[in-house]
Design a binder for this molecule. Structure first.
Ligand code: FAD
Ligand code: NAI
Length: 475
Protein backbone atom coordinates (compact mmCIF):
# COMPACT_ATOMS: atom_id res chain seq x y z
CA UNK A 1 0.00 0.00 0.00
CA UNK A 2 1.40 3.39 -1.02
CA UNK A 3 1.31 6.26 1.44
CA UNK A 4 -0.77 9.03 -0.14
CA UNK A 5 0.21 12.69 0.06
CA UNK A 6 -1.25 15.89 -1.33
CA UNK A 7 2.20 17.15 -2.29
CA UNK A 8 5.40 15.19 -2.88
CA UNK A 9 8.56 17.25 -3.20
CA UNK A 10 11.54 15.53 -4.84
CA UNK A 11 14.74 17.21 -3.61
CA UNK A 12 15.42 18.80 -0.25
CA UNK A 13 17.61 21.75 -1.28
CA UNK A 14 16.57 25.35 -0.59
CA UNK A 15 13.89 25.10 -3.29
CA UNK A 16 12.47 21.76 -2.16
CA UNK A 17 12.59 22.05 1.60
CA UNK A 18 11.09 25.54 1.59
CA UNK A 19 8.33 24.42 -0.82
CA UNK A 20 7.57 21.48 1.50
CA UNK A 21 7.37 23.69 4.59
CA UNK A 22 5.17 26.29 2.89
CA UNK A 23 2.85 23.59 1.51
CA UNK A 24 2.54 22.07 5.00
CA UNK A 25 1.81 25.51 6.46
CA UNK A 26 -1.05 25.75 3.96
CA UNK A 27 -2.59 22.57 5.35
CA UNK A 28 -1.40 19.94 2.87
CA UNK A 29 -0.10 16.47 3.69
CA UNK A 30 3.47 16.80 2.43
CA UNK A 31 6.38 14.44 1.76
CA UNK A 32 9.89 15.60 0.93
CA UNK A 33 12.37 13.13 -0.55
CA UNK A 34 16.09 13.84 -0.51
CA UNK A 35 18.97 11.49 -1.19
CA UNK A 36 21.96 13.51 0.13
CA UNK A 37 24.04 11.50 2.62
CA UNK A 38 26.27 12.88 5.35
CA UNK A 39 29.65 11.28 6.12
CA UNK A 40 27.92 8.55 8.15
CA UNK A 41 25.34 7.72 5.48
CA UNK A 42 22.58 9.57 7.31
CA UNK A 43 20.30 12.23 5.85
CA UNK A 44 21.73 15.65 5.07
CA UNK A 45 18.91 17.77 3.69
CA UNK A 46 19.66 21.22 2.35
CA UNK A 47 20.98 20.23 -1.06
CA UNK A 48 23.93 21.73 -2.85
CA UNK A 49 23.49 25.00 -0.99
CA UNK A 50 23.82 23.55 2.50
CA UNK A 51 26.24 20.69 1.80
CA UNK A 52 28.63 21.85 -0.92
CA UNK A 53 27.58 25.36 -1.87
CA UNK A 54 26.44 28.56 -0.20
CA UNK A 55 26.96 27.57 3.44
CA UNK A 56 30.34 25.75 3.44
CA UNK A 57 31.83 28.25 0.98
CA UNK A 58 30.84 31.14 3.23
CA UNK A 59 32.28 29.32 6.26
CA UNK A 60 35.64 28.99 4.47
CA UNK A 61 35.49 32.56 3.19
CA UNK A 62 35.03 33.70 6.81
CA UNK A 63 37.91 31.59 8.15
CA UNK A 64 40.26 32.66 5.38
CA UNK A 65 39.30 36.30 5.83
CA UNK A 66 40.14 36.10 9.56
CA UNK A 67 43.51 34.61 8.58
CA UNK A 68 44.22 37.39 6.11
CA UNK A 69 43.17 40.06 8.61
CA UNK A 70 45.42 38.60 11.27
CA UNK A 71 48.33 38.48 8.83
CA UNK A 72 47.88 41.73 7.00
CA UNK A 73 45.55 44.13 8.80
CA UNK A 74 45.89 43.63 12.56
CA UNK A 75 49.17 45.58 12.61
CA UNK A 76 47.52 48.84 11.49
CA UNK A 77 45.23 48.56 14.54
CA UNK A 78 48.27 48.21 16.79
CA UNK A 79 47.67 44.50 17.31
CA UNK A 80 50.66 42.21 17.12
CA UNK A 81 49.91 38.75 15.84
CA UNK A 82 53.09 36.88 15.16
CA UNK A 83 53.46 33.40 13.77
CA UNK A 84 49.86 33.24 12.51
CA UNK A 85 49.16 29.75 11.21
CA UNK A 86 46.22 28.06 9.60
CA UNK A 87 45.15 24.62 10.78
CA UNK A 88 43.32 23.51 7.64
CA UNK A 89 41.89 20.38 9.28
CA UNK A 90 40.34 22.48 12.03
CA UNK A 91 39.00 25.01 9.54
CA UNK A 92 37.36 22.20 7.56
CA UNK A 93 35.96 20.63 10.74
CA UNK A 94 34.38 23.97 11.68
CA UNK A 95 32.88 24.22 8.21
CA UNK A 96 31.46 20.68 8.60
CA UNK A 97 29.92 21.65 11.93
CA UNK A 98 28.26 24.68 10.35
CA UNK A 99 26.89 22.43 7.59
CA UNK A 100 25.58 19.90 10.12
CA UNK A 101 23.83 22.63 12.12
CA UNK A 102 21.99 23.56 8.94
CA UNK A 103 21.15 19.90 8.07
CA UNK A 104 19.81 19.34 11.58
CA UNK A 105 17.88 22.61 11.45
CA UNK A 106 16.02 21.45 8.34
CA UNK A 107 15.17 18.07 9.90
CA UNK A 108 13.81 19.97 12.93
CA UNK A 109 11.76 22.26 10.67
CA UNK A 110 10.27 19.21 8.88
CA UNK A 111 9.16 17.80 12.25
CA UNK A 112 7.81 21.15 13.42
CA UNK A 113 5.79 21.58 10.23
CA UNK A 114 4.75 17.91 9.99
CA UNK A 115 6.50 17.29 6.68
CA UNK A 116 7.19 13.56 6.21
CA UNK A 117 10.85 13.16 5.20
CA UNK A 118 12.06 10.25 3.09
CA UNK A 119 15.80 9.65 2.78
CA UNK A 120 16.52 8.16 -0.63
CA UNK A 121 16.20 8.70 -4.35
CA UNK A 122 12.77 9.57 -5.67
CA UNK A 123 11.73 8.57 -9.17
CA UNK A 124 8.52 8.66 -11.16
CA UNK A 125 6.74 5.33 -11.61
CA UNK A 126 3.46 6.30 -13.27
CA UNK A 127 0.57 8.72 -13.32
CA UNK A 128 -2.44 6.98 -11.91
CA UNK A 129 -5.99 8.21 -11.34
CA UNK A 130 -5.22 11.86 -10.53
CA UNK A 131 -2.03 11.11 -8.60
CA UNK A 132 1.59 10.32 -9.38
CA UNK A 133 3.29 7.23 -8.01
CA UNK A 134 6.83 7.89 -6.80
CA UNK A 135 9.33 5.22 -5.80
CA UNK A 136 11.72 6.06 -2.98
CA UNK A 137 14.92 4.03 -3.05
CA UNK A 138 16.65 4.44 0.29
CA UNK A 139 17.62 1.99 3.04
CA UNK A 140 14.41 0.25 1.93
CA UNK A 141 12.23 0.75 -1.12
CA UNK A 142 8.92 2.51 -0.62
CA UNK A 143 6.15 3.72 -2.85
CA UNK A 144 4.24 6.93 -2.22
CA UNK A 145 1.73 8.93 -4.21
CA UNK A 146 1.24 12.67 -4.60
CA UNK A 147 -1.65 14.60 -6.12
CA UNK A 148 0.94 17.26 -6.83
CA UNK A 149 4.66 16.72 -7.39
CA UNK A 150 7.29 19.44 -7.10
CA UNK A 151 10.58 18.58 -8.82
CA UNK A 152 13.44 20.37 -7.04
CA UNK A 153 16.40 18.19 -7.95
CA UNK A 154 18.92 21.00 -8.39
CA UNK A 155 22.10 20.99 -10.46
CA UNK A 156 25.56 19.44 -10.74
CA UNK A 157 28.94 20.93 -11.59
CA UNK A 158 29.80 20.95 -15.29
CA UNK A 159 33.04 19.14 -16.13
CA UNK A 160 35.43 20.06 -18.92
CA UNK A 161 34.84 17.68 -21.84
CA UNK A 162 37.06 14.64 -21.36
CA UNK A 163 38.30 15.77 -17.93
CA UNK A 164 36.20 14.06 -15.26
CA UNK A 165 36.32 15.27 -11.66
CA UNK A 166 38.45 12.94 -9.52
CA UNK A 167 38.00 15.27 -6.50
CA UNK A 168 41.68 14.68 -5.67
CA UNK A 169 43.45 16.92 -8.18
CA UNK A 170 40.63 17.91 -10.55
CA UNK A 171 38.00 19.36 -8.28
CA UNK A 172 34.39 20.42 -8.58
CA UNK A 173 32.86 22.67 -5.92
CA UNK A 174 32.62 19.56 -3.75
CA UNK A 175 36.34 18.76 -3.72
CA UNK A 176 37.23 22.47 -3.65
CA UNK A 177 35.62 22.66 -0.20
CA UNK A 178 37.58 19.66 1.11
CA UNK A 179 41.20 20.40 0.12
CA UNK A 180 43.15 19.06 3.09
CA UNK A 181 46.21 21.32 2.88
CA UNK A 182 46.88 24.69 1.27
CA UNK A 183 48.06 23.90 -2.27
CA UNK A 184 51.21 25.68 -3.31
CA UNK A 185 49.80 26.35 -6.76
CA UNK A 186 46.12 26.31 -7.62
CA UNK A 187 44.40 26.90 -10.95
CA UNK A 188 40.73 27.52 -11.52
CA UNK A 189 38.99 27.41 -14.86
CA UNK A 190 36.19 29.98 -15.03
CA UNK A 191 36.25 33.34 -13.28
CA UNK A 192 32.57 33.28 -12.42
CA UNK A 193 31.09 33.21 -8.95
CA UNK A 194 32.69 29.97 -7.75
CA UNK A 195 36.05 30.78 -9.37
CA UNK A 196 36.27 34.09 -7.55
CA UNK A 197 34.96 32.85 -4.19
CA UNK A 198 37.02 29.66 -4.02
CA UNK A 199 40.05 31.34 -5.59
CA UNK A 200 39.85 33.96 -2.84
CA UNK A 201 39.68 31.36 -0.06
CA UNK A 202 42.85 29.55 -1.13
CA UNK A 203 44.73 32.73 -2.11
CA UNK A 204 44.10 34.20 1.35
CA UNK A 205 45.48 31.00 2.88
CA UNK A 206 48.69 31.27 0.85
CA UNK A 207 48.16 29.46 -2.45
CA UNK A 208 49.43 30.98 -5.68
CA UNK A 209 46.15 31.20 -7.57
CA UNK A 210 45.60 31.56 -11.32
CA UNK A 211 42.12 31.79 -12.78
CA UNK A 212 41.74 31.04 -16.49
CA UNK A 213 38.67 32.63 -18.05
CA UNK A 214 37.44 31.96 -21.57
CA UNK A 215 35.65 35.26 -22.10
CA UNK A 216 37.61 38.41 -22.91
CA UNK A 217 35.61 40.47 -20.39
CA UNK A 218 35.72 40.09 -16.64
CA UNK A 219 32.31 39.34 -15.02
CA UNK A 220 30.32 40.18 -18.14
CA UNK A 221 26.96 40.09 -16.32
CA UNK A 222 28.09 42.70 -13.79
CA UNK A 223 27.88 46.47 -14.35
CA UNK A 224 31.12 47.33 -16.21
CA UNK A 225 32.19 50.08 -13.80
CA UNK A 226 31.69 47.77 -10.82
CA UNK A 227 33.44 44.83 -12.51
CA UNK A 228 36.41 47.08 -13.35
CA UNK A 229 36.69 48.25 -9.74
CA UNK A 230 36.48 44.65 -8.48
CA UNK A 231 39.14 43.49 -10.93
CA UNK A 232 41.47 46.25 -9.73
CA UNK A 233 41.05 45.03 -6.15
CA UNK A 234 41.63 41.37 -7.07
CA UNK A 235 44.75 42.29 -9.08
CA UNK A 236 46.09 44.16 -6.04
CA UNK A 237 45.49 41.11 -3.86
CA UNK A 238 47.53 38.95 -6.22
CA UNK A 239 44.62 36.92 -7.55
CA UNK A 240 45.88 36.28 -11.07
CA UNK A 241 43.02 36.31 -13.58
CA UNK A 242 43.79 35.62 -17.24
CA UNK A 243 40.96 36.58 -19.58
CA UNK A 244 40.28 35.40 -23.13
CA UNK A 245 42.09 32.08 -22.80
CA UNK A 246 41.33 28.86 -24.64
CA UNK A 247 41.89 25.83 -22.45
CA UNK A 248 43.45 22.88 -24.28
CA UNK A 249 44.68 19.57 -22.92
CA UNK A 250 44.40 18.97 -19.19
CA UNK A 251 46.64 16.19 -17.86
CA UNK A 252 45.87 15.09 -14.33
CA UNK A 253 48.25 12.87 -12.39
CA UNK A 254 48.46 11.84 -8.75
CA UNK A 255 50.71 14.76 -7.84
CA UNK A 256 49.22 17.54 -9.86
CA UNK A 257 47.65 18.84 -13.00
CA UNK A 258 49.08 20.34 -16.14
CA UNK A 259 46.83 22.70 -18.09
CA UNK A 260 47.71 23.67 -21.65
CA UNK A 261 46.03 26.83 -22.90
CA UNK A 262 46.30 29.65 -25.39
CA UNK A 263 46.35 33.12 -23.91
CA UNK A 264 44.53 36.19 -25.23
CA UNK A 265 47.50 36.98 -27.51
CA UNK A 266 47.24 33.51 -29.05
CA UNK A 267 50.42 32.25 -27.36
CA UNK A 268 50.61 28.65 -26.21
CA UNK A 269 51.01 28.38 -22.42
CA UNK A 270 51.26 25.66 -19.83
CA UNK A 271 50.30 25.87 -16.19
CA UNK A 272 51.46 23.20 -13.74
CA UNK A 273 49.57 23.20 -10.47
CA UNK A 274 48.89 21.01 -7.46
CA UNK A 275 45.11 21.28 -7.79
CA UNK A 276 42.66 22.39 -10.45
CA UNK A 277 39.15 23.63 -9.67
CA UNK A 278 36.81 23.57 -12.65
CA UNK A 279 34.11 26.20 -12.17
CA UNK A 280 32.58 26.65 -15.61
CA UNK A 281 28.91 26.59 -14.64
CA UNK A 282 26.39 23.97 -13.58
CA UNK A 283 23.97 21.64 -15.33
CA UNK A 284 20.39 20.91 -14.28
CA UNK A 285 20.06 17.53 -12.58
CA UNK A 286 17.34 15.06 -13.49
CA UNK A 287 19.52 11.96 -13.19
CA UNK A 288 17.55 9.01 -11.85
CA UNK A 289 14.20 10.82 -11.82
CA UNK A 290 12.84 8.51 -14.53
CA UNK A 291 11.06 11.39 -16.23
CA UNK A 292 10.37 9.11 -19.23
CA UNK A 293 7.90 7.07 -17.17
CA UNK A 294 5.50 10.01 -17.11
CA UNK A 295 6.71 11.95 -20.16
CA UNK A 296 7.99 15.01 -18.28
CA UNK A 297 9.42 17.40 -20.88
CA UNK A 298 13.09 18.41 -20.59
CA UNK A 299 14.95 20.92 -22.75
CA UNK A 300 18.23 20.33 -24.61
CA UNK A 301 20.23 21.20 -21.46
CA UNK A 302 18.31 18.64 -19.42
CA UNK A 303 16.36 21.32 -17.53
CA UNK A 304 12.70 20.67 -16.77
CA UNK A 305 10.65 22.85 -19.09
CA UNK A 306 8.40 25.20 -17.11
CA UNK A 307 6.30 28.27 -17.74
CA UNK A 308 6.49 31.50 -15.71
CA UNK A 309 4.54 29.83 -12.91
CA UNK A 310 6.82 26.78 -12.71
CA UNK A 311 4.16 24.55 -14.31
CA UNK A 312 5.71 21.68 -16.28
CA UNK A 313 4.36 19.83 -19.32
CA UNK A 314 2.33 17.59 -16.98
CA UNK A 315 -0.76 18.54 -14.96
CA UNK A 316 0.00 19.07 -11.26
CA UNK A 317 3.75 18.54 -11.72
CA UNK A 318 5.80 21.62 -10.92
CA UNK A 319 9.55 22.29 -11.03
CA UNK A 320 11.64 24.91 -9.27
CA UNK A 321 15.19 26.07 -8.56
CA UNK A 322 18.36 25.08 -10.39
CA UNK A 323 16.60 22.34 -12.39
CA UNK A 324 14.61 24.98 -14.32
CA UNK A 325 15.44 28.16 -16.28
CA UNK A 326 16.64 31.31 -14.56
CA UNK A 327 19.50 32.15 -12.23
CA UNK A 328 20.95 29.30 -10.19
CA UNK A 329 20.58 30.93 -6.79
CA UNK A 330 19.31 29.56 -3.50
CA UNK A 331 16.98 32.49 -2.82
CA UNK A 332 15.49 32.24 -6.33
CA UNK A 333 14.80 28.53 -5.68
CA UNK A 334 13.20 29.38 -2.31
CA UNK A 335 10.95 32.07 -3.78
CA UNK A 336 9.78 29.68 -6.48
CA UNK A 337 9.14 27.02 -3.81
CA UNK A 338 6.90 29.35 -1.80
CA UNK A 339 5.10 30.59 -4.92
CA UNK A 340 4.38 27.04 -6.15
CA UNK A 341 3.05 25.90 -2.76
CA UNK A 342 0.74 28.92 -2.76
CA UNK A 343 -0.39 28.29 -6.33
CA UNK A 344 -1.25 24.69 -5.39
CA UNK A 345 -3.40 26.18 -2.63
CA UNK A 346 -5.17 28.35 -5.22
CA UNK A 347 -3.36 31.51 -4.14
CA UNK A 348 -1.42 33.92 -6.33
CA UNK A 349 2.20 33.06 -5.59
CA UNK A 350 4.53 35.50 -7.27
CA UNK A 351 8.25 35.76 -8.02
CA UNK A 352 9.60 39.07 -9.31
CA UNK A 353 12.55 38.05 -11.48
CA UNK A 354 13.52 41.72 -11.88
CA UNK A 355 14.40 42.10 -8.22
CA UNK A 356 16.44 38.96 -7.53
CA UNK A 357 19.71 40.11 -5.97
CA UNK A 358 23.10 38.63 -6.86
CA UNK A 359 26.02 38.58 -4.45
CA UNK A 360 29.62 37.46 -4.91
CA UNK A 361 31.12 36.98 -1.45
CA UNK A 362 34.66 37.99 -2.23
CA UNK A 363 36.51 40.84 -0.59
CA UNK A 364 35.38 43.36 -1.71
CA UNK A 365 31.91 41.87 -2.01
CA UNK A 366 30.02 42.47 -5.23
CA UNK A 367 26.22 42.77 -5.17
CA UNK A 368 23.60 43.99 -7.55
CA UNK A 369 19.93 44.07 -8.39
CA UNK A 370 18.18 45.22 -11.55
CA UNK A 371 19.73 46.30 -14.79
CA UNK A 372 23.34 47.30 -15.47
CA UNK A 373 24.38 50.48 -17.27
CA UNK A 374 25.33 48.47 -20.37
CA UNK A 375 21.90 46.77 -20.38
CA UNK A 376 20.09 50.10 -20.12
CA UNK A 377 22.14 51.44 -23.03
CA UNK A 378 21.38 48.32 -25.08
CA UNK A 379 17.67 48.62 -24.23
CA UNK A 380 17.69 52.30 -25.24
CA UNK A 381 16.46 53.44 -21.81
CA UNK A 382 17.22 57.03 -20.81
CA UNK A 383 18.77 56.88 -17.33
CA UNK A 384 20.65 58.92 -14.75
CA UNK A 385 23.59 57.42 -12.84
CA UNK A 386 24.96 58.31 -9.40
CA UNK A 387 27.95 56.81 -7.62
CA UNK A 388 29.42 57.24 -4.15
CA UNK A 389 32.82 55.83 -3.11
CA UNK A 390 33.30 54.07 0.24
CA UNK A 391 36.46 56.16 0.55
CA UNK A 392 34.19 59.05 1.55
CA UNK A 393 32.16 57.00 4.05
CA UNK A 394 33.09 57.39 7.74
CA UNK A 395 32.13 53.87 8.78
CA UNK A 396 34.17 52.35 5.93
CA UNK A 397 37.19 54.39 7.07
CA UNK A 398 36.71 53.20 10.65
CA UNK A 399 36.47 49.62 9.41
CA UNK A 400 39.64 50.13 7.38
CA UNK A 401 37.85 48.93 4.25
CA UNK A 402 37.27 51.73 1.77
CA UNK A 403 37.45 49.84 -1.51
CA UNK A 404 34.59 50.29 -3.93
CA UNK A 405 31.40 52.22 -4.39
CA UNK A 406 27.63 52.20 -4.55
CA UNK A 407 26.07 52.97 -7.91
CA UNK A 408 22.46 53.92 -8.59
CA UNK A 409 20.78 53.87 -11.98
CA UNK A 410 17.43 55.64 -12.20
CA UNK A 411 14.99 56.39 -14.99
CA UNK A 412 15.81 59.81 -16.49
CA UNK A 413 12.18 60.88 -16.52
CA UNK A 414 10.47 59.20 -13.57
CA UNK A 415 13.53 58.72 -11.31
CA UNK A 416 12.41 55.12 -10.63
CA UNK A 417 15.37 52.98 -9.54
CA UNK A 418 16.35 50.63 -12.38
CA UNK A 419 19.45 49.06 -10.90
CA UNK A 420 21.77 49.27 -7.90
CA UNK A 421 25.32 47.95 -8.05
CA UNK A 422 27.74 47.71 -5.17
CA UNK A 423 31.35 46.68 -4.83
CA UNK A 424 32.71 47.05 -1.33
CA UNK A 425 32.35 46.04 2.31
CA UNK A 426 29.12 44.25 3.29
CA UNK A 427 27.63 44.71 -0.17
CA UNK A 428 25.70 41.49 0.53
CA UNK A 429 23.76 43.20 3.31
CA UNK A 430 23.53 46.64 1.72
CA UNK A 431 21.85 45.33 -1.43
CA UNK A 432 18.68 44.41 0.52
CA UNK A 433 17.71 48.06 0.85
CA UNK A 434 17.88 48.39 -2.93
CA UNK A 435 15.82 45.23 -3.41
CA UNK A 436 13.09 46.54 -1.09
CA UNK A 437 13.18 49.94 -2.79
CA UNK A 438 12.87 48.41 -6.26
CA UNK A 439 10.10 46.05 -5.15
CA UNK A 440 8.14 49.11 -3.98
CA UNK A 441 9.05 50.96 -7.21
CA UNK A 442 10.84 53.65 -5.24
CA UNK A 443 12.63 56.55 -6.87
CA UNK A 444 16.25 57.47 -6.17
CA UNK A 445 14.82 60.56 -4.47
CA UNK A 446 12.91 58.33 -2.00
CA UNK A 447 16.17 56.77 -0.81
CA UNK A 448 17.92 60.15 -0.82
CA UNK A 449 15.28 61.52 1.57
CA UNK A 450 15.26 58.59 4.03
CA UNK A 451 17.22 59.00 7.28
CA UNK A 452 20.11 56.47 7.40
CA UNK A 453 22.01 55.76 10.64
CA UNK A 454 25.38 57.42 11.09
CA UNK A 455 28.02 56.17 10.86
CA UNK A 456 26.95 53.28 8.67
CA UNK A 457 27.90 51.82 5.31
CA UNK A 458 24.28 52.34 4.26
CA UNK A 459 24.94 56.06 4.15
CA UNK A 460 26.89 55.31 0.96
CA UNK A 461 23.62 54.00 -0.49
CA UNK A 462 21.80 57.21 0.44
CA UNK A 463 24.66 59.29 -0.97
CA UNK A 464 24.67 57.32 -4.26
CA UNK A 465 20.94 58.07 -4.51
CA UNK A 466 21.73 61.76 -3.89
CA UNK A 467 24.43 61.53 -6.56
CA UNK A 468 21.75 60.67 -9.14
CA UNK A 469 20.60 64.28 -8.65
CA UNK A 470 24.20 65.54 -8.38
CA UNK A 471 23.84 66.64 -4.76
CA UNK A 472 26.03 64.35 -2.66
CA UNK A 473 26.71 65.85 0.75
CA UNK A 474 29.92 64.05 1.68
CA UNK A 475 31.78 63.87 -1.61
P1 FAD B 1 19.89 21.82 -4.78
O1 FAD B 1 20.34 22.66 -3.67
O2 FAD B 1 20.90 21.30 -5.73
O3 FAD B 1 19.13 20.60 -4.10
C1 FAD B 1 18.66 19.52 -4.82
C2 FAD B 1 18.55 18.33 -3.88
O4 FAD B 1 17.83 17.31 -4.53
C3 FAD B 1 19.89 17.72 -3.48
O5 FAD B 1 19.91 17.48 -2.10
C4 FAD B 1 19.93 16.41 -4.26
O6 FAD B 1 20.67 15.40 -3.61
C5 FAD B 1 18.46 16.07 -4.28
N1 FAD B 1 18.06 15.17 -5.37
C6 FAD B 1 18.34 15.26 -6.68
N2 FAD B 1 17.72 14.28 -7.36
C7 FAD B 1 17.04 13.56 -6.44
C8 FAD B 1 16.18 12.44 -6.53
N3 FAD B 1 15.89 11.86 -7.70
N4 FAD B 1 15.65 11.98 -5.38
C9 FAD B 1 15.92 12.54 -4.18
N5 FAD B 1 16.71 13.61 -4.05
C10 FAD B 1 17.25 14.12 -5.17
N6 FAD B 1 23.46 30.42 -4.24
C11 FAD B 1 23.19 31.54 -3.54
O7 FAD B 1 22.08 32.07 -3.64
N7 FAD B 1 24.12 32.08 -2.69
C12 FAD B 1 25.35 31.55 -2.54
O8 FAD B 1 26.16 32.08 -1.77
C13 FAD B 1 25.67 30.40 -3.27
N8 FAD B 1 26.88 29.83 -3.15
C14 FAD B 1 27.17 28.71 -3.86
C15 FAD B 1 28.44 28.16 -3.75
C16 FAD B 1 28.75 27.03 -4.46
C17 FAD B 1 30.13 26.44 -4.33
C18 FAD B 1 27.78 26.41 -5.31
C19 FAD B 1 28.09 25.15 -6.05
C20 FAD B 1 26.51 26.94 -5.41
C21 FAD B 1 26.20 28.11 -4.71
N9 FAD B 1 24.96 28.70 -4.82
C22 FAD B 1 24.68 29.84 -4.13
C23 FAD B 1 23.91 28.14 -5.68
C24 FAD B 1 22.90 27.34 -4.83
O9 FAD B 1 23.58 26.33 -4.13
C25 FAD B 1 21.83 26.74 -5.70
O10 FAD B 1 21.24 27.73 -6.51
C26 FAD B 1 20.75 26.09 -4.86
O11 FAD B 1 21.29 25.08 -4.04
C27 FAD B 1 19.65 25.50 -5.73
O12 FAD B 1 18.68 24.93 -4.91
P2 FAD B 1 17.77 23.73 -5.41
O13 FAD B 1 16.85 23.42 -4.28
O14 FAD B 1 17.20 24.05 -6.71
O15 FAD B 1 18.77 22.52 -5.66
P1 NAI C 1 29.46 30.88 -13.54
O1 NAI C 1 28.47 30.76 -14.63
O2 NAI C 1 29.28 31.89 -12.48
O3 NAI C 1 30.90 31.14 -14.16
C1 NAI C 1 31.47 30.28 -15.10
C2 NAI C 1 32.60 30.99 -15.80
O4 NAI C 1 33.34 30.04 -16.52
C3 NAI C 1 32.12 32.02 -16.81
O5 NAI C 1 32.80 33.23 -16.61
C4 NAI C 1 32.43 31.40 -18.15
O6 NAI C 1 32.73 32.35 -19.16
C5 NAI C 1 33.64 30.56 -17.81
N1 NAI C 1 33.85 29.41 -18.69
C6 NAI C 1 32.94 28.52 -19.15
N2 NAI C 1 33.54 27.57 -19.88
C7 NAI C 1 34.86 27.85 -19.90
C8 NAI C 1 35.99 27.23 -20.47
N3 NAI C 1 35.89 26.10 -21.17
N4 NAI C 1 37.19 27.79 -20.27
C9 NAI C 1 37.34 28.93 -19.55
N5 NAI C 1 36.29 29.56 -18.98
C10 NAI C 1 35.07 29.02 -19.14
O7 NAI C 1 29.58 29.39 -12.94
P2 NAI C 1 30.23 28.85 -11.60
O8 NAI C 1 31.23 29.80 -11.05
O9 NAI C 1 30.63 27.45 -11.92
O10 NAI C 1 29.02 28.83 -10.60
C11 NAI C 1 27.83 28.14 -10.96
C12 NAI C 1 26.64 28.84 -10.42
O11 NAI C 1 26.53 28.60 -9.03
C13 NAI C 1 26.69 30.36 -10.54
O12 NAI C 1 26.31 30.80 -11.81
C14 NAI C 1 25.70 30.75 -9.53
O13 NAI C 1 24.41 30.63 -10.06
C15 NAI C 1 25.90 29.72 -8.44
N6 NAI C 1 26.76 30.27 -7.40
C16 NAI C 1 26.32 31.35 -6.70
C17 NAI C 1 27.09 31.92 -5.73
C18 NAI C 1 26.61 33.14 -5.03
O14 NAI C 1 25.45 33.47 -5.19
N7 NAI C 1 27.45 33.82 -4.25
C19 NAI C 1 28.39 31.36 -5.35
C20 NAI C 1 28.78 30.24 -6.18
C21 NAI C 1 27.97 29.72 -7.13
Amino acid sequence: MSQAFDVVVIGGGPGGYIAAIRAAQLGFQVACIDEWKNGKGGPAPGGTCTNVGCIPSKALLQSSEHFEHANKHFAEHGITASDVKIDVAKMLARKDTVVKQNNDGILYLFKKNKVTFFHGRGSFVKADGGAYEIKVAGAKEESITGKHVIVATGSNARALPGVPFDEETVLSNDGALRVGAVPKKLALIGSGVIGLEMGSVWRRLGAEVTILEGLPTFLGAVDEQIAKEAKKAFDKQGLKIELGVKVGEVKAGKDGVSVAYTNAKGEAQQLDVDKLIVSIGRVPNTIGLNTEAVGLKLDERGAVVVDEDCKTSLPNVWAIGDVVRGPMLAHKAEEEGVAVAERIAGQHGHVNFNTIPWVIYTSPEIAWVGRTEQQLKADGVAYKAGTFPFLANGRARALGDTTGMVKFLADAKTDEILGVHIVGPMASELISEAVVAMEFKASAEDIARICHAHPSLSEATKEAALAVDKRTLNF
